[in-house]
Design a protein around this ligand. Structure first.
Ligand code: AMP
Length: 537
């Protein structure tokens, strides 16, 4: 008889992916075949034309930057035209292209891959690693995502798991998984704050833990704030210092930039332990046929002043999250640190200053998310040690109005599962045969700033019928329409750029001053995507 498949917990990170399993009721990280506990979340095309994953792929970042995909977590589940994707296009060394249905996709060796396909390669690799180590087939997984992920991003991760041959038993928020790793079976009655500063995202969640009931009371975050931003500050500093000394612009050489990037991250990590480092790169460039070496000293103090505003932003987000719910800083019993970047001494010092207590020791910032996911997986699989997770919607869900405004249907921090109903509005153009409801998720009152999730297309006769937005335990959205008195699930269609969004974008563009347009164009940000959307270049 075939052995029953096992369940694992997977922390699919921006930089690294970890897999954990529960053995004898204790969760443990599964080591890779290289003996490390992490697998770099990188996919690359080898010189032989094979797709490789993990450390081998990361090693090619310098020599083959165009065909090495990293940071996929920032792109997955996003539209090609979204602000985030457009900003990342100018920064990432590989090519980000438009995939089917307007999704962001990547080109590796001239072939287009969807982001779920890329993440599936990473998940497939950790599945193999776990199968070899545990000597058993792995068929199921709990996969973690940032609390601040939209419905689309969650759906895309779920799809990646399925493509990797896994039944995704649950998508769970990273801070919730971290809280589980901390509080599981400890009989606690505490209010905790999870401060998660990873490679690409910042998440903060406040949870109330009572025995094995974990209730999320508030969440917030920024999907564009993480270790990479700290690295960028060092990269700019190093490039400037080199330019001042040699008048050579390193940004013109992708290989030199990749080396500066790797060295900058390594220096940043070293500065968590040491007070001073020197970034040294022999033969980084040439000038008139002569090799140029790079040697830039960097102190912890300098790093702190280069990145202080980034750290400040994380605490501003913490305060916003607390204020929104009327929670005082002093009522937080424990602060749990998650994510590699939270190891920075400045972060730890600021935690102490801000919350009046040091962060909780003994919770491993890199491992706790995967460990918590494994614990949840085990509790779903067996009846013992049952865990109750009471999660919350991290960003409002609603639909776009013809004015470009966002009509909120489900509020932020609303406990899941939840359901909210409204009446189907009449067609925007009188007499039109169809009604199109474009669904968005985000904090802004304008749809142009929020993420487009999909469109419900209904016949005009549906006007006035009841429509339900249901958000399930995994924070995934399902839309139901009243049909002969019964709710019937409607599938969301996706469109490259819904009309209402095009209009909102056009209006946003005309409102901007010439100066702002120029700035945005320089950054390759919204303006260039707007121009392209409208066929202007
Ligand atoms: P994660 O997404 O949790 O794997 O976090 C990875 C990020 O943490 C990367 O940006 C790393 O450079 C950063 N990181 C890892 N270790 C340290 C450290 N000791 N000090 C500062 N940053 C670190």
């Amino acid at each position: 008889m075939a052995e029953k498949g096992r369940i694992v917990g997977i922390d699919l990170g921006t930089t690294n992916t970890l897999v954990a399993s529960v053995r004898n009721r204790v969760p443990r990280i599964v080591p890779t075949d290289k003996g490390t506990l992490i697998l770099p979340s990188v996919v690359s095309l080898s010189p032989r034309g094979d797709l490789v994953v993990g450390g081998v792929a990361r090693d090619q970042m310098v020599t083959n930057p165009k065909n090495t995909v990293y940071g996929a977590k920032r792109l997955i589940g996003r539209k090609f035209d979204s602000k985030t994707v457009q900003a990342l296009r100018s920064y990432y060394t590989y090519e980000i292209v438009e995939g089917p249905e307007g999704d962001a996709a990547v080109s590796i060796g001239g072939r287009v891959y969807s982001l779920p396909e890329v993440s599936a390669m990473v998940l497939g690799q950790v599945k193999t690693i776990a199968e070899q180590f545990l000597q058993a087939p792995i068929t199921e997984a709990v996969i973690t995502v940032p609390a601040y992920y939209t419905d689309n991003q969650r759906q895309a991760v779920k799809q990646a798991g399925q493509l990797a041959g896994l039944t995704v038993k649950r998508i769970v928020n990273e801070p919730t998984a971290a809280a589980l790793a901390y509080g599981f079976n400890r009989g606690l009655d505490q209010r905790i704050l999870v401060y998660d500063l990873g490679g690409g995202t910042f998440d903060v969640s406040v949870l109330e833990v009572k025995d094995n009931v974990f209730e999320v009371v508030a969440t917030g975050g920024d999907t564009f704030l993480g270790g990479i931003d700290f690295d960028n500050r060092i990269i700019d500093f190093v490039v400037d210092a080199f330019h001042q000394e040699t008048k050579v612009d390193l940004t013109k050489s992708p290989i030199a930039m990749q080396r500066v990037k790797n060295a900058s991250e390594a220096a940043k990590i070293d500065l968590s332990l040491m007070q001073n480092v020197t970034i040294e790169l022999p033969y980084v460039e040439e000038k008139k046929g002569r090799p140029l070496d790079l040697k830039v000293p960097l102190s912890r103090e300098q790093l702190n002043s280069l990145t202080r505003d980034l750290v400040d932003r994380t605490f501003q987000i913490c305060d916003d999250v607390l204020t929104e719910k009327g929670i005082t800083r002093s009522s937080i019993d424990e602060v749990i640190l998650v994510g590699g970047q939270s190891r920075m001494p400045l972060v730890q010092q600021r935690i102490q200053e801000h919350f009046g207590k040091p962060a909780r020791k003994g919770v491993h910032p890199d491992e706790c998310v995967a460990l918590g996911a494994a614990l949840l997986g085990e509790s779903l699989d067996t009846a013992t040690d049952a865990v109750t997770l009471l999660d919350a919607v991290s960003m409002p869900i609603g639909y776009g109005l013809a004015t470009g405004r966002f009509r909120k249907i489900i509020d932020k921090n609303h406990r899941v599962p939840t359901q909210k109903s409204f009446r189907v509005p009449p067609p925007t153009k009188p007499g039109a045969p169809f009604i199109e409801i474009d669904i968005f998720q985000g904090d802004s009152e304008f749809i142009v700033d929020n993420e487009y999730l999909g469109t419900v297309k209904l016949p005009a006769a549906a006007t006035g019928k009841r429509i339900d937005f249901r958000v399930d335990d995994e924070c995934l959205l399902h839309v139901f329409l009243e049909d002969a008195g019964e709710p019937r699930e409607v599938k969301l269609a996706t469109r490259d750029t819904p009309e209402v969004l095009k209009k909102a974008i056009a209006e946003a563009m005309t409102k901007r001053s010439q100066q702002e347009e120029r700035e945005a164009a320089e950054k390759g940000g919204l303006f260039s995507s707007i121009k392209r959307l409208l066929g202007g270049g």
